[in-house]
Structures are given as C-alpha cells and as structure tokens.
Design a protein around this ligand. Structure first.
Ligand code: GLA
Length: 404
C-alpha cells in the first residue's frame, strides 16, 4: 500500500490506546548520485527491507525509544530539548523534535523499532527509521502530513538534529515509492513521477544489489567534504550566470569558471552536471524499455563517481568492474552515499543467480571478505498497518527474495 494511503488517512481513526504499527522500506538508487542537495534529479526505487515502528501511548509524561537492533534505550521527559546523543535514538528523537516545532506534538509514547535494513550499507536505514517513526508519531498525534511535508520533515530531523548533511532523495522515495516503479524526483521542486521498471526489454531484467560490507556513513567526513566542494563551485556558477543551482548548470558554464574554482570543486560539479544528464537519458531508456542504454548510463555514472566525485573505493570499483564482465550484466555502479556500501547491478533475469555467485566468489578471492547480494523488485513506499494488514505484514517476506 503506498504511503499516501497513510497521509490521507482520517487522523481521527488513530486508535488511542491499542497501538499503531507503521512500516517503511529501504531504497536503492538506480541513478542520480549526489545530485539531491543541489537541485538535481534522482532515480531511486524502494526495496523490500523494512523498518517496523510500533507505538503506544503511555500515561507518565515520558517518551521512550527502544530498538531490537541496539542495546541502548532512551526515555525523555516531554519538556526535554537536549541535543543529539550520538546514538541510534537520535533519528526518532529528531523526528519528534520536528513534530513538536510544527505544533504536531504526539502524546507521550513507547516507540519500539525493529527491522532488517542492512546498516551503513548505503541503503538508507536512517531514512527508513525516520519515516516509520514519523508516521507512527503522527498516527497517535492524530495528525497528517502530505507526502512532501513528511519527507521534508524527516530530512530536517536528519540535517538539523542528527547533524548529517544528507539531501532529500532517501526520505522522499521511502515515503512516495510505488511497487514496480522507480521514482524520478526533481529535488528542487519535489515534482516526481513513477517510471515502470519492467517495460519492454527491462521486463527480462533483475536488480541485483551487492553489499561490499565496507561500512559507509553520511554523518561523518567525506560526504560533507564532497558536498562543500560542490557547493563552492555552485556558488561561483550561480553568481556568474544567475542560475538557481547546479541543476541548471551546463558543462560550458563550468568550463568558463574553471580558473575561479578549485580543481576539486570543478570535478565535483562536473560529476553532478553529467549525472543530471544521465538521469534525463535514463528516463528515455526506461520509457523505451531499453536495458542496454540504461546499463551504459549506470556504468557512466560509476566512472564519474570514481574519477570526478571520487566517492568510490577499491572494493566497490572491483565489484563494478567484475560485474560488467559477467554474462547478462547490462550495467553496474556504486549506489548511495559512497565510500563503501553497495553496488547496484542490472542483470538479465536468467543470469541473475550465476551472476551473484560469480561476483561473490571473485570478491572473496580478491579481498577475503564475504559480500552479500540481494535480488530486489521495486517495493511500495511506507504504510501504516491497520488491524487487517498486521497479518499481511507479518506474512510478508522478511528480506528480499533470496538474500545471500
Ligand atoms: C546519501 C544521502 C542522500 C544522497 C546520497 C548520494 O544516501 O542520504 O541524500 O545525497 O547519499 O546520492
């Protein structure tokens, strides 16, 4: 069930005492990397890994947070406004803070989280937690938000409370995705459209995610450095050409300001400008159902991330290089924030099993590390479970078919 079913739910339906369960997927980005904080285009899809948030009202004036994945639990007073603690609970607490500042404060609650989204893998475990938590808190506050406002609220929680400088892509797709479709999002206007994953020749393909098991984090270091470098280049372009952001910039304009910006800023901006062009071309490839064209764009994106944005690493470069030489692989690239994490591969369906085994074996041999692979279909965005659906969720796959 897509998220807007939640957003349009009559808030008065929220049960007061019995508890509410909300479920949010993870995401993989097919194309459009590091374009979502400078007005660019992204093309992610939701994937069937989930965060489950169960929330119940309590009477003692406290908000309490616990997770099956972490030992620390947290209880805070309603009046508490303390800063982030550097723990997992910062994500739902950040969401609570945003709701409080919007005047949509939920009553005191117990929030219990569980889930199976791989952590620090570039598959948006953080945004999944934020969205599931926000929907659960809204439900017991008897409040509702639009898709756009819900995604923006979760992103603000991450930027302003957690202190992680992410863009809007992850939260947006986790709220708004539609099964069987990728989501093309203009991150400046938040206009979006669903593009079918299985048109024409794409119907014979399978998305295979490969987790290098090299831990990635948006909150620390390199992500923020890359972002600042691209923003330095953007500021000069905006000033010189009166454009709104890098989403409008051309390679000719970038060339014209080359003497005024650092070599690093030039490369970061070149990646972003060419990446936006690749997303536009990917829309055409998807509409034409053309896996060959789509796969070439993926590979182009990887090379640009490796050489211009410089956010890849030896392990993910190896995975992409190995993948593209395997039978049935149309394209492969690093996905998500980078510096580790996952690659995403477009593979002929009939070759997918042999592909994943060969890729894992080559990786094991080279790095003495065991990669995980996930065969994924595009999933729906987050939803709130009602009584009938609880059974359906309990019976839904705990992980994408055949995680290995
Ligand atoms: C992380 C961030 C996103 C986006 C990607 C890179 O996933 O959370 O906002 O910037 O990196 O495309």
């Amino acid at each position: 069930m897509p998220a807007d079913n939640f957003c349009k739910t009559n808030a008065s339906e929220a049960p007061r005492r019995s508890g509410v369960e909300c479920v949010a997927p993870a995401r993989v980005n097919l194309l459009g990397e590091h374009t979502d904080y400078s007005g660019g285009l992204v093309l992610p899809m939701a994937i069937p890994f989930f965060t489950h948030a169960t929330i119940r009202q309590r009477d003692d004036g406290l908000y309490s947070f616990d997770s099956e994945l972490f030992p620390e639990t947290l209880s805070v007073d309603r009046a508490d406004r303390s800063a982030a603690r550097g723990e997992w609970s910062d994500y739902p607490v950040g969401v609570l803070r945003e709701l409080q500042s919007l005047g949509k404060e939920p009553p005191p609650f117990d929030l219990h989280l569980s889930g199976n989204v791989p952590l620090s893998a570039g598959l948006s475990s953080s945004a999944s937690v934020e969205v599931a938590s926000a929907m659960a808190m809204l439900a017991i506050a008897r409040e509702a938000l639009t898709i756009e406002d819900l995604a923006v609220l979760c992103r603000r929680a991450e930027n302003d409370y957690v202190g992680s400088p992410c863009g809007i892509m992850d939260q947006f797709v986790i709220v708004a995705a539609r099964a069987g479709h990728a989501l093309l999002l203009d991150t400046r206007t938040l206009a979006y459209e669903d593009l079918p994953m299985k048109k024409g020749g794409l119907g014979e393909t399978q998305i295979v995610i490969c987790n290098s098991m090299v831990k990635h984090s948006v909150a620390t270091g390199e992500y923020g450095i890359r972002r600042r470098e691209s923003e330095q280049g953007q500021a000069v372009l905006v000033n010189r050409f009166g454009i709104r952001d890098l989403g409008d910039a051309t390679l000719e304009q970038l060339e014209a300001v080359r003497p005024q910006i650092s070599a690093a800023a030039f490369r970061r901006c070149r990646h972003i400008i060419t990446e936006n062009a690749r997303v536009r071309a990917a829309k055409d490839a998807m509409n034409a159902g053309d896996p060959v064209a789509f796969g070439k764009l993926m590979l182009g994106s990887h090379i640009s991330q490796r050489d211009d944005f410089q956010c890849s690493c030896d392990e993910t470069d190896f995975l992409v290089e190995t993948a593209t030489a395997l039978p049935g692989c149309f394209g492969a690239r690093l996905t998500g924030g980078g510096f580790g994490g996952c690659t995403v591969n477009l593979v002929r369906r009939g070759d997918a099993e042999a592909f994943r085994s060969a890729l894992k074996a080559a990786y094991q041999q080279k790095f003495h590390r065991t990669a995980e692979t996930y065969l994924c279909e595009a999933a729906d965005g987050a939803w709130r479970c009602n009584a009938e659906m609880l059974g359906a969720v309990a019976g839904s796959p705990a992980a994408p078919a055949g995680a290995q």
